[in-house]
Write a protein that binds this ligand. Structure first.
Ligand code: FEO
Ligand code: CA
Ligand code: CA
Ligand code: CA
Length: 672
């Protein structure tokens, strides 16, 4: 007789304990397998990765710091498929590289040259380990592997030609020596979160791109102290600001010189003063067609992007795309398309043209959260008097508003948030969730970011004592659109969950009453997997790593309004009281929030996607080995992590960012 099918219970697994082991821990009954790591070859002619600092040809290898990741199914004949469960493409961000100093030290035999000028041979390896990869993965029997010689494999690096699309295309702000017409640029960099469009393309967010540029100590004067200085300062590149890797120092060739954005020529067409304006966007990539240009969708605004989440689709209505700006005190945004959704476009043959239709024209809004649980979307439009008349910056046109979206959002008084990281839409009810990872500037006596209803915690350390300023643990907020759906300009919201140590004060810190099976800090990656509807929360922690490595939790959240308001009382330095009341969701139970995975040492867990049957879950382990001292390069025992070589994966013994696939040993869905 055929045995009965196992009874499936969502979150039926046994919670994983906190861990400081240098390994990936998953629940009993599950297996995590490493399938794609830094340096793995993506072309038949590229040799296997030696992982000893002598490898080259990074244009044809996996990049570093795997981050956001999306699944794109492939049929047996290699056509796009919405149902395939054993063959597909992963569209994956390679955000950054492990660098205690200027050099990406695990990439070079001796750790690299940490002083300027940087050797061109080192820089030529470091540039292409950034960007995005499209990599085919396939299941043979029960085992997943990536396909080294797949014709779909593609690397997009900071040198790949990219089209400027949308309202800023051809604007004077985009004029560079490379594209005097302001219509193209090269590459994408510091790609953090991802999203998947309803028509089957990858969207990837450019986050900490400002760090790669430099400008000299006399640059403000060279610019005539014009408004571009205001823009540069607002986007974190003040006069004299150094670059992260010193790539501009590697030679006169344009591929190095472009990272110096100082004024050196007579006009913007003679130098790279505007090069930084061509970064900071949501970039659209067709994973199935490497002949298609990548496009920077300027209509969605320029800031430190994480993911891009599409709201609930309704035929005949506009699309909404939700986005966060991950910096302390930055804002939440929503783009609303002019075009109305046509379900036939879900299978459009020309996917990038479909992106042109929906993502190049629309309205960009920023969010204002009110204390009573209501909120407004405020349009960032040049026709808004608060923007056109803003004293802080003279906007020339709508393109200027989009390129300097942070300044426009300042002008309209948007709510300063505790570092908005990923966002995701709950398929069960259309509510939109945001992780707010932490904010050391959220302090009781702050003039600009005191605690408020949407960012209510400003305790002084994880236990509510006095050692550390700000909100080190972060929280998750969620919002529900008004009756107009995607186009609504009013919403309701509450705080879904507060990160905290289980042992912390339940009145000051552990406001969600987390237990030892649930406690976490600094939520970052976030996704609802469609097959089960589980909400996965991934952490990138700076405050709890003395107790546990970063982790991933599985959640079954309820809905806005299922909890009650809480009031936090603070005493300010002048002895006055500050009371903050905030709407808070129902506290989780052992059945609605459970730790599912803990990663290796010195890693962040980020990026997640699944096969449509929910039986394979892909997760990225980013930067094991971070904070290793450059001087310790020859001594693996001094590396902060030796994963994945200590798990028997690959050659060499240097730590590598990697993709893992998680399956259930009984063949069931992941998260049950
Ligand atoms: Fe790349 Fe904000 O995390
Ligand atoms: Ca992130
Ligand atoms: Ca983060
Ligand atoms: Ca990280």
């Amino acid at each position: 007789p055929v045995p009965p099918a196992p009874v499936e219970k969502l979150l039926g697994f046994a919670a994983v304990s906190k861990s400081l082991a240098d390994s990936v821990v998953v629940p009993a009954g599950y297996t995590a397998s490493i399938i794609y790591a830094l340096g793995d070859p993506l072309a038949a002619a590229t040799p296997a990765y030696k992982n000893d600092g002598t490898d080259t040809d990074y244009d044809n290898r996996a990049g570093d710091h795997h981050d956001g990741m999306e699944w794109f199914g492939l049929s047996g004949t290699g056509t796009p498929s919405l149902t395939s469960v054993d063959r597909g493409l992963l569209g994956m961000n390679h955000e950054a590289t492990t660098d205690e100093t200027k050099a990406s030290f695990f990439l070079h035999a001796n750790g690299g040259t940490t002083t300027l000028p940087r050797p061109a041979a080192e820089v030529d390896k470091e540039i292409p380990i950034h960007g995005v990869a499209i990599v085919e993965v396939k299941k043979t029997g029960a085992a997943w592997a990536y396909v080294k010689d797949s014709t779909f494999n593609r690397r997009i690096t900071p040198m790949t030609v990219a089209e400027i699309a949308g309202p800023a295309r051809g604007n004077a702000l985009m004029t560079t020596k490379y594209s005097t017409a302001g219509t193209t640029t090269r590459g994408t960099i510091n790609n953090c979160g991802t999203g998947k469009t309803p028509w089957g393309t990858l969207v990837t967010g450019e986050e900490n791109w400002n760090g790669y540029f430099t400008r000299g100590a006399a640059d403000n004067a060279a610019r005539g102290n014009d408004k571009s200085v205001t823009s540069l300062n607002r986007y974190g590149k003040s006069q004299g600001g150094a670059s992260r890797h010193g790539w501009e120092s590697a030679g006169a060739d344009d591929k190095y010189a472009r990272w110096n954005i100082g004024v050196t020529g007579a006009t913007a067409a003679d130098d790279y003063r505007n090069e930084m304006n061509t970064f900071g966007y949501i970039v659209e990539i067709d994973p199935y067609d490497k002949t298609k240009s990548i496009k920077k969708r300027t209509a969605l605004g320029r800031f430190a992007h994480e993911s891009a989440a599409f709201g609930k689709l309704e035929a005949g209505k506009p699309l909404a795309v939700y986005q966060g700006d991950d910096s302390r005190g930055e804002y939440i945004y929503k783009f609303v398309s002019n075009a109305n959704w046509d379900p036939a476009d879900a299978t459009a043959a020309d996917r990038i043209a479909t992106g042109d239709k929906y993502l190049d024209a629309g309205k960009l809004y920023t969010a204002k959260f009110n204390a009573d649980g209501s909120g407004q979307w405020i349009e960032l439009s040049i026709s808004n008097a608060a923007i056109s008349g803003y004293a802080g910056y003279a906007f020339a046109d709508q393109a200027d508003v989009l390129v300097n979206a942070r300044l426009a959002a300042d002008a309209v008084g948007a709510t300063k948030m505790d570092r908005p990281e990923w966002c995701a839409t709950n398929p069960a009810n259309g509510e939109i969730y945001f992780t707010l990872t932490n904010n050391s500037n959220r302090t009781v006596n702050s003039a600009t970011t005191p605690p408020d209803a949407a960012n209510p915690r400003a305790y002084t350390d994880m236990k509510g004592a006095t050692a550390q300023a700000g909100n080190p643990n972060g929280h998750l907020i969620r919002l529900r659109e008004g009756a107009a759906g995607a186009a609504a300009t009013a919403f309701t919201w509450d705080v879904y969950l507060f990160g905290a140590e289980a042992s912390a004060s339940k009145s000051l810190v552990n406001l969600s009453s987390l237990t030892d099976d649930q406690d976490f800090s600094s939520p970052d990656g976030l996704a609802f997997t469609p097959s089960t509807g589980i909400c996965w929360i991934q952490t990138d922690d700076g405050a709890y790593t003395d107790v546990t490595n970063c982790m991933m939790l599985a959640a079954l959240p309820g809905q806005i309004g299922d909890g009650a308001a809480q009031t936090l009382s603070y005493t300010k330095a002048d002895s006055s009281q500050l009371n903050v009341t905030t709407p808070v969701g129902k506290a989780p139970t052992a059945d609605t929030l459970k730790r599912f995975l803990v990663g290796p040492k010195a890693s962040e867990i980020t990026g997640i996607c699944e096969t449509p049957d929910g039986k394979a879950l892909f997760v990225n382990i980013q930067h094991p080995g971070e904070s290793t001292k450059a001087a310790d390069i020859g001594d693996p025992t001094k590396y902060t992590s030796q994963w994945p070589s200590n798990a028997g994966f690959g050659a060499g013994n240097r730590p590598r960012s990697a993709t893992i696939v998680i399956t259930k040993n009984d063949g069931g869905r992941v998260g049950t």
